[in-house]
Design a protein around this ligand. Structure first.
Ligand code: HEC
Ligand code: HEC
Length: 394
């Protein structure tokens, strides 16, 4: 059992107030039971012992999930032939994990696609993007041909319409929701009520993730709020409305919003950016640029210098010159003071030098004199087969 009810970390009273929930709903986390075999962990229409007296307006028609009992109306405008193609793809690629009719949980963590509450709030974009690009570090693969998968744009579009046709509830407009939560305040409730199923940082655990970058790109705050308040009847995802205070739910939404399980480099370590601190200073022929071959020769000669990657951290994490630190061009003035002024700095990017020159100029404007720009850029560095690394380490 992973759920901890630690009152020192939880918001005051949260644990006590929801003890009932902890016992009834959350205990399903500790079992290995297939959630689709369990009775619904929550039921919107049920009475609410924890006092559901607040908010809410938009969706009280929400009934228990009957997704698979009702025959969808028009299949999102698919004609017979397209519908047959969509089902053929679904049967071939998706049913193995999401079930023959989208009921979910044929494989661990594969959510119910035919869930009324999911479909009421999810946009087509969220569904399309989930299929096309998957959820990084989970069993949900990227299925788009553009990612090496088997599905064309048209095929994914048909699947979205097929899934959409499993809708059983009126769509909920979540776009006007404004989140006023504070992420740090959400940590206690998260650890007490959510972590056991979704992982410490929402990376997924017993059940699905809530922090994949492309999920957060397409899940609005309103979608997150709706998912937490109303839960997913027919699955183990409880409805937290009435069990947690509106403020706590807002804080949880803010916390999820603040996450991404892509690790990014931190710029605080720039003070230790110098390569070969005991080496000699390199010498440059040009007052502005240095050629990739010359930079490589300087590295081989163990020259004392700093190499800075001027691109956004996403690029740095993907691949960077071995030994380089990340300092995006748009943060030059913010972090320049962390860099020593007596060590040569070489900046680079892939453009080949729009961002690297912007970074160099930003550093020079902050008083650093010993700055050069990699002339041909990172792509040529890679083409030459010179050393590179990925991830947050140098
Ligand atoms: C007992 C396990 C369990 C607990 C506890 C739990 N969840 Fe969930 N949650 C799930 C499952 C399972 C789903 C997917 C249900 C489905 O098939 O639609 C889900 C779905 C979600 C989603 C929608 C994700 C998406 O991609 O559609 C969000 C957001 C979410 N949970 C947040 C929370 C938060 C916040 C808490 C704590 C307050 C919490 N959950 C507690 C099991 C749980
Ligand atoms: C190997 C099992 C597996 C297969 C095959 C698979 N999925 Fe998934 N799918 C998952 C899992 C697990 C998740 C939850 C990922 C997570 O933790 O966020 C998921 C998530 C999704 C989501 C995102 C839901 C959300 O709320 O974010 C969509 C949409 C989806 N799958 C559709 C499909 C479709 C359509 C197919 C067929 C083309 C498919 N999946 C094939 C396992 C699978």
């Amino acid at each position: 059992m992973m759920i901890i009810c630690d009152t020192t970390r939880s918001a005051l009273g949260v644990c006590a107030g929801a003890a009932l929930l902890m016992v009834s709903a959350l205990s399903t986390c500790s079992t290995d039971t297939d959630p689709s075999d369990l009775p619904p962990a929550n039921d919107d229409d049920d009475d609410d012992d924890a006092g559901d007296d607040d908010d809410d307006d938009d969706d009280d028609g929400a009934t228990a999930d009957t997704s698979n009992d009702t025959e969808p109306s028009d299949h999102g405008g698919l004609d017979e032939e397209e519908l047959a193609l969509a089902w053929a793809d679904y049967d071939q690629y998706c049913a193995i994990c999401h079930g023959d009719e989208g009921e979910g949980y044929k494989a661990d963590g594969a959510n119910a696609l035919a869930n009324g509450h999911f479909l009421a709030a999810a946009t087509d974009q969220l569904i399309y993007d989930g299929i096309a690009h998957g959820r990084v570090d989970t069993p949900m693969s990227a299925w788009s041909v553009n990612r090496g998968g088997p599905l064309t744009h048209a095929a994914i579009d048909r699947l979205v319409k097929l899934i959409r046709s499993w809708e059983t509830l009126e769509p909920v407009d979540t776009s006007s929701y404004v989140n006023e939560g504070v992420p740090e305040r959400g940590e206690g409730p998260w650890q007490a009520f959510c972590m056991g199923c979704h992982g410490l940082y929402g990376e997924g655990g017993e059940y699905m993730s809530v922090a994949a970058p492309n999920f957060l790109d397409h899940a609005s705050d309103g979608f997150l709020d709706f998912s937490v308040r109303k839960g997913r009847p027919g699955t183990v995802m409880p409805a937290f409305e009435g069990l947690l205070q509106p403020r706590e739910i807002a804080d949880l939404v803010a916390l999820m919003r603040s996450w991404s399980f892509i690790e990014v480099p931190d710029h605080d370590s720039l003070g230790e950016a110098t390569l070969n601190p005991d080496g000699d200073d390199p010498t440059f022929d040009d007052p502005r640029f240095v050629a990739v071959d010359d930079l490589k020769a300087m590295m081989d000669a163990e020259a004392k210098m700093i190499i800075l990657d001027a691109r956004p951290p996403s690029d740095y994490v993907e691949r960077h010159i071995k030994g380089a630190k990340s300092l995006p061009f748009y943060l030059a003035s913010q972090h320049a003071a962390k860099l020593p002024d007596d060590v040569w700095i070489v900046t680079y990017c892939a453009c080949p030098h729009a961002e690297s020159e912007a970074l160099a100029d930003g550093l020079i404007a902050e008083g650093l004199q010993r700055v050069r720009v990699l002339d041909e850029g990172f792509r040529v560095w890679l083409d030459r087969g010179y050393p590179s690394s990925s991830g947050v380490g140098d």
